[in-house]
Design a protein around this ligand. Sequence first.
Ligand code: CO8
Length: 260
Amino acid sequence: MAYTCIEVQNEAGIATITFNRPKALNALNGVTLRELDDALTAIAANDEIRVLILTGGGDKAFIAGADITEIRQLTPLAARRFSGFGQQVIDRLQHLPIPVIAAVNGFALGGGCEMALACDFIYAAETATFGLPEINLGIIPGFGGTQRLPRLIGANMAREMIYTGRFLPAREALELGLVNRCFPADQLLAEARKTATQIASKGRASLQAAKDAVRQGLNADLQTGLAIERDAFALCLSSPDAQEGTSAFIEKRKAVFTGK
Ligand code: CO8
């Protein structure tokens, strides 16, 4: 499928998806979501890809939200469908079998912030801005923001952001734990790639097991989470990559994981 609103690049086991409608600050329209859905299917099916980075094209925005010109025309039924489709695509991102890093290079607002929240972690340019400003439009977040943000930064901070629509500068997002690390804008992608390269050298099975265990455990009580971890641990230990990793330690050499 030829894409018009995103760009996909694969290099050395690292895929990068760039949202590319800079004139509309990369706002998410239906076409962008469909293209993203398609790209995620291809990435999930490609065993060579170990890590995905999401970023925004142009120098102003990661994604400035759902495309307001498009959503304002929706009937309630169509809005429910569009919100459901957006949630589904963003959920697929969260369930992708590989780690996903959001490299937030500018505005991450509304649906853009919600997209970043579904990634495994967020790196941000010092000039980036986060927010859920839907309340200013007379609506609420519809791509998972009311659910994922409280889980990440706590209910009260999330409530304040959602009720006021306030924009948070990257430094404040860092203090809140919304962002893992901040970098000067011109170093953001290189830093995201550096971490991605480090992660890409690990075993595919153990990365997926770790990702699944954290995600599933976040929605479970502690005892259930520990049971999930036990099962995932046992499965990992029986994998060829675990044999390789433990043998390499004993033989004092660097492990070479095959992803099995
Ligand atoms: N949708 C469509 N176009 C947009 C959007 C958007 N979200 N954001 C910016 N644009 C467009 C502007 O209209 C403008 O276009 P043009 O040049 O043709 O006038 C261009 O991008 C540049 O924007 P600005 O001139 O406004 O740039 P500024 O630097 O002055 O301001 C801001 C940047 C502060 C980011 C400002 O553009 C803004 O406030 N944008 C809207 C942010 C927002 O409210 N986002 C939330 C959208 S709603 C949402 O995400 C809901 C998700 C769930 C949907 C569920 C579906 C049913």
